[in-house]
Design a protein around this ligand. Structure first.
Ligand code: F6P
Length: 545
C-alpha cells in the first residue's frame, strides 16, 4: 500500500501555522477558565479505559488539524491493511498479525469475510496452539511437584510476561513462584538457581528466534545446572516458546509451543510467550486477558478517528514531538503492580518507532520516537517529579491509575489516588504567586488514564491501546514500526570483542576499545590512570608562557 509522509500533507503545514499562531502560547489554565465543559469535551472512553485528555495542550482547532493529518496520512487504510494481513512490515516482508492472537475463534467466519483465506486459516492454527498452551498451563498448575517456573528470555520474551505476571499477581495461584531471567549477566541466573530445586522447577526457554545469545547462554547454563544436579527428565522440566521449533529440538527440548513470524517480539505477549502468565492466572484468566485486548482492537478498528482513543493519544504524541519539540514522555503508573509497565512500554514504543528513515529508507527531516521513562507513583514524586514541576524541560506525563484497590488496607487507596490527581493538577496549575525557587510555571501537560480495576481484561485492553497508539504515530511518521535493524550492530561487535577479550588482539580497534580491553585483560587491577590529557594541557600552557 502507498503511504503518505506526515510532512508532505496540507495538514502538516496548517499545524505548523497553528502552533505558531496559538499552540505555542496556549495556557491550560486559561483554556479551563473559558470552557467549563473542557473536561467533558476532551475526555473519552474506550473498553476498560477512561482517558482524561483535557490537561493536554490541544484546542478544537489543533485537534481538528491533527485529525486531518491522520486522514491525510491514510492511517485508517494502513490500520485495515494490518488487520487484514498485508505485509506491512516491508523490510522483513512480513505480515503484522499479533491482533489475530486475541481474536476469538467463533469470529472465524467474520474474519474470513474481511481477511484473505490465509489469515482465516491462520486463525485456526492460532487457536489450536492457544488451546494446547493453556492445557499445558493448567497441567502445570495442577502439578504439585512443580513449585518454581523460570522464564529465560529477553526483550519481548521477558518484558511482557514479567510485566503482566506482576500486574496480575492478585489473580495468580498461590504457592508457585515465577522467576524471570533475562540478562546474560550470570548473577541473575545464579541468584535464581540458588532458590530452586531441579526436581521442582520448570524452565521455559522463551525466544522467538531461539538464537539470542543471552537466552541461549542462560538456557545452556540452566540445562547444565539441572543435569549436574542429577536431573534427567528434560521433557518434564524444560519447554520452549519459539517460532524456531527445529532449534529447540536440537537443544534437546521436546515440549514446544510455537508462534509465527507475523508476531513481532515486542508484540508477542499474546502468543506462547505469554505461557508464564497463563501458568500464573490460569486458562480462564488468560482468555480474559485476550478478550480485553480484542475489545480494544474492535474499538481501534471501528471507532471514528475523533472518538478513537489510540488515534487521539497518537495525535497528541505527534503534536508534542514534532511541534512542541518535547523529547520524552514520563509514564506514571499509580499502582505498584504496574511498576514494570514503563519498562515494557519502552521496548514497545522505542524499539518500534526509534527510527530515523522512512519506509523508503530516506532520512527523515523530523523527530520520531520520544524517550519513554518512569517509575510508579507515588515513588516518582520523591525522585524526579522535582524536574517535572520546575525543570527547564517540559515533559508530558501519562498517569495510569486504578480506581479500586486489590487489597483491604484502609486509607491507602484514597491517598494514592489523591496524589495522582494532585500531581496532574499541580503540573497544570503551577504556583505563580511565588518567585524564584518557589515558582512553579505550571502549564505542564498530562494525560490521565483511569481503569476501574486491574484485571486480566483491563490489562489486556490497556496494552492493546498502547500497541495501537504506537502503530498510529509510526504510521504518520511513515516509518516501519515492526522491524528492529538497530539492534544488530551491537550483537555483531560483541561477538568480535568477546573473541578479542580472550586473544588480546587489538588490531584495527579504536583507542578507547583497545584501552578498555587492555584494562579488562590485565592480570591485576591497574592503578587509576591520571588524566594525561590534563598533564599535557598543563605542560602546553607552561610552554606558552
Ligand atoms: O532487541 C532485539 C530483539 O530481537 C527484540 O525485538 C526481541 O524481543 C528480543 O531481541 C528477543 O528476541 P528473541 O525472542 O528472538 O530471543
Amino acid at each position: 500500500m502507498t503511504r503518505t509522509r506526515c510532512d508532505r500533507t496540507p495538514a502538516w503545514a496548517a499545524l505548523q501555522t497553528e502552533f505558531l499562531a496559538r499552540g505555542r502560547a496556549m495556557d491550560l489554565r486559561n483554556a479551563f477558565a473559558v470552557d467549563a465543559n473542557r473536561f467533558e469535551r476532551f475526555s473519552l472512553s474506550a473498553p476498560h479505559v477512561f482517558a482524561d485528555l483535557s490537561k493536554n495542550l490541544i484546542e478544537d482547532r489543533s485537534q481538528a488539524l491533527l485529525l486531518d493529518l491522520a486522514r491525510q496520512c491514510g492511517v485508517a487504510a494502513h490500520r485495515d491493511a494490518m488487520f487484514t494481513g498485508q505485509a506491512i512490515n516491508a523490510t522483513e516482508q512480513r505480515q503484522v498479525l499479533h491482533t489475530l492472537l486475541r481474536n476469538p475463534a467463533p469470529a472465524l467466519a467474520t474474519y474470513a469475510v474481511i481477511a484473505p483465506e490465509n489469515v482465516a486459516s491462520e486463525l485456526v492454527r492460532v487457536h489450536a496452539t492457544l488451546d494446547a498452551m493453556l492445557a499445558y498451563a493448567e497441567a502445570v498448575r495442577a502439578d504439585p511437584g512443580i513449585t518454581d517456573v523460570v522464564n529465560i528470555g529477553i526483550g519481548g520474551s521477558d518484558l511482557g510476561p514479567q510485566m503482566a505476571v506482576l500486574a496480575l499477581g492478585a489473580f495468580a495461584a498461590q504457592g508457585r513462584r515465577l522467576h524471570f531471567v533475562s540478562n546474560v549477566d550470570g548473577h541473575e541466573l545464579d541468584a535464581v538457581l540458588k532458590q530452586v530445586r531441579p526436581e521442582q522447577t520448570l524452565f521455559l526457554i522463551a525466544s522467538k528466534t531461539f538464537t539470542t545469545i543471552e537466552t541461549m547462554t542462560n538456557a545452556a547454563s540452566a540445562k547444565a545446572w539441572f543435569e549436574a544436579q542429577g536431573g534427567t527428565d528434560i521433557a518434564r522440566h524444560f519447554a520452549a516458546l519459539t517460532t524456531n521449533v527445529a532449534a529447540a529440538r536440537a537443544f534437546g527440548i521436546a515440549t514446544t509451543f510455537g508462534f509465527w513470524d507475523w508476531v513481532g517480539g515486542r508484540y508477542s505477549l499474546w502468543s506462547a510467550i505469554g505461557l508464564p502468565l497463563a501458568i500464573a492466572i490460569g486458562a480462564s484468566g488468560f482468555r480474559d486477558f485476550l478478550d480485553g485486548a480484542h475489545a480494544m482492537d474492535q474499538h481501534f478498528r471501528e471507532a471514528q478517528l475523533e472518538h478513537n482513543l489510540p488515534v487521539r493519544l497518537a495525535l497528541i504524541d505527534i503534536w508534542y514531538r514534532n511541534f512542541y519539540g518535547f523529547g520524552s514522555r514520563s509514564i506514571a503508573p499509580y499502582h505498584s503492580a504496574l511498576r514494570r509497565l514503563p519498562a515494557y512500554l519502552q521496548q514497545l514504543e522505542m524499539e518500534s518507532n526509534g527510527k530515523r528513515v522512512d519506509i523508503e529508507g530516506q532520512a527523515l527531516p523530523y523527530a520520531t520516537s520520544p524517550v519513554l521513562w518512569g517509575e510508579p507513583g507515588t515513588n516518582g514524586q520523591h525522585a524526579y517529579f522535582q524536574m517535572l514541576h520546575q525543570g527547564t524541560d517540559v515533559v508530558p506525563v501519562e498517569f495510569v491509575a486504578v480506581k479500586r484497590a486489590g487489597h483491604e488496607l484502609s486509607g491507602h487507596q484514597p491517598l494514592l489516588l489523591a496524589n495522582a490527581v494532585a500531581q496532574a493538577q499541580a503540573l497544570m496549575l503551577g504556583k505563580t504567586d511565588a518567585g524564584g525557587h518557589k515558582h512553579f510555571t505550571g502549564n505542564r501537560p498530562s494525560t490521565f488514564l483511569l481503569l476501574d480495576e486491574l484485571t486480566p481484561a483491563s490489562l489486556g485492553a490497556l496494552i492493546a491501546l498502547q500497541e495501537h497508539r504506537v502503530f498510529v504515530s509510526g504510521s504518520m511518521w511513515c516509518i516501519n514500526s515492526f522491524d528492529q535493524w538497530g539492534v544488530e550492530l551491537g550483537k555483531v561487535l560483541a561477538r568480535d570483542i568477546e573473541a578479542r577479550l580472550a586473544s588480546g588482539d587489538e588490531a584495527g580497534l579504536d583507542g578507547s576499545t583497545a584501552g578498555l580491553l587492555r584494562r579488562l585483560r590485565a592480570p591485576r587491577d591497574l592503578p587509576v590512570v591520571t588524566d594525561h590529557a590534563h598533564d599535557d594541557t598543563v605542560s602546553t600552557i607552561k610552554a606558552m608562557k
